[in-house]
Design a protein. Structure first.
Length: 430
């Protein structure tokens, strides 16, 4: 609120100063133009009059009211009989001896604290010189500055009476927004009430609400992730614990159960190890800020992975092509999709890999993925009802694929029918 008051005072000061400056400039320009016009009128009257003696000159001075300090005139008259004759208006000779040019200007002079505008003319061999007082212009400027200063002081003195209500009215929506934010309970999906005025606060509140919703959703995802991870780890740990207790109770009397229990324990340890590895991959890909993208040969990378993966099915690779991606990320993507294809397809079936420029598709002939499950395939720890408990898995493989694909600007497409299921990695035009 205090900052708003200070800003109001600064704005008032600036507006008053600028407004006063513009008025001063306008009035000064008008006064100078008036001075020049008056000077031009008197110069025309002067040049159109013929002077042959002092009497005519004095009469002209008296007629045009030049016996004051507002105007000084000096003329050179070329007289054929007398030669060059000089005529001065009252006090002009003293003026010429003491007047100084203002900052080297040819048009402005200073004399006894006053300023004068100078013009000259030549006609029929005669020379005319005139200095017109600018005292009126200076007085106008002084009066305007005094008025501006008085207005400014009045505005500053009375500012508490009008700035306070205005500042409160303008700051109230922000204050309300701040109060509403502080009142929001933790871990809630509630949003802030949106004020209709002013528009800036209205837009700010709406954007803030969008942010709150996204933060809530992200927080909920993180909580679900932690809960799911704990659940997935708890299951193999419980299995290991039960087999260890079984060995302790019956291992001495029934030695044959030891090998069977150790087999279960090894299987669960392997499952836990796979789960932890995939959790680490998710964490690393989320934290990795920079990707080393390069043009990768999809055919070469596919055959490299096939040599290291123990797939039982017959593999058929068709086509050639390349894609722009981070090598490590693309290896993880293709490895997960190859592993899934082998896991869910019959051992005696064939897996087809179709490669094109900026596209890689793998097709197996395993069970169909229903439409409801397709909508959740890339969520962490999701496993379809048809395979849960029947085929081992962590539910993280496709989540890793989706996260790495997004980071590499790749799109993952899924199609599934009763005959075949295909996953395609595609990159749009670069």
């Amino acid at each position: 609120m205090q900052i708003l008051r200070i800003n109001f005072i600064l704005i008032i000061t600036a507006v008053t100063f600028i407004f006063g400056l513009l008025i001063s400039l306008a009035l000064t320009r008008q006064a100078i133009m008036t001075t020049k016009n008056n000077n031009a009128i008197y110069m025309r009257l002067l040049t159109e009059t013929v002077f042959t003696n002092d009497r005519e000159w004095n009469w002209w001075i008296l007629k045009h009211g030049m016996k004051h300090k507002q105007l000084y005139v000096y003329i050179n008259i070329a007289d054929g009989k007398k030669g060059v004759v000089d005529y001065y208006s009252p006090r002009t000779e003293k003026f010429l001896s003491q007047a100084k040019k203002v900052l080297g200007s040819k048009r402005y002079y200073r004399y006894q604290g006053n300023y004068y505008y100078y013009t000259s003319a030549k006609r029929y061999g005669n020379r005319y010189y005139m200095w017109w007082s600018m005292t009126g212009v200076i007085d106008i400027l002084k009066d305007v500055l005094i008025v501006i200063l008085a207005v400014w002081l009045l505005l500053i003195i009375t500012s508490p009476f009008y700035i306070e209500p205005i500042a409160k009215r303008l700051a109230q929506p922000i204050q309300d927004l701040d109060n509403n934010v502080n009142k929001l309970p933790k871990e809630t999906q509630k949003t802030l009430s949106v004020p209709a005025w002013p528009h800036e606060v209205h837009d700010l509140t709406e954007n803030f609400n969008h942010l709150l919703v996204r933060l809530y959703q992200q927080n909920q995802k993180e909580k679900d992730f932690v809960n799911n991870a704990a659940h997935e780890l708890k299951t193999p740990i419980a299995t290991i614990k039960s087999h260890v207790q079984l060995i302790k109770r019956r291992g001495k009397t029934n030695p044959q159960i030891i090998d069977k229990s150790l087999t279960y324990i090894a299987s669960e340890v392997e499952h836990m190890n796979q789960l932890i590895e995939e959790l680490l991959i998710l964490a690393r890909t989320a934290q990795k800020l920079e990707l080393q993208k390069e043009k990768l040969d999809l055919e070469v990378l596919t055959f490299e992975l096939l040599e290291s993966l123990p797939l039982k099915q017959k593999i058929k690779v068709i086509g050639q092509g390349s894609i722009l991606a981070d090598r490590e990320a693309l290896r993880h993507i293709l490895e997960n999709l190859l592993t899934n294809a082998g896991k869910y397809a019959p051992a005696d079936s064939e897996i087809e890999i179709t490669i094109a420029e900026r596209s890689w598709t793998i097709t197996n002939h395993g069970p169909m993925i229903n439409e409801n499950d397709q909508a959740h395939l890339f969520e962490r720890f999701f496993r379809g009802a048809d395979v849960r408990g029947k085929i081992k898995g962590t539910g993280l493989g496709l989540a890793i694929v989706a996260q790495l694909a997004h980071r590499n600007a790749l799109k993952v497409e899924v199609t599934s029918t009763k005959k075949a299921t295909s996953f395609t990695i595609v990159q749009s035009e670069i």
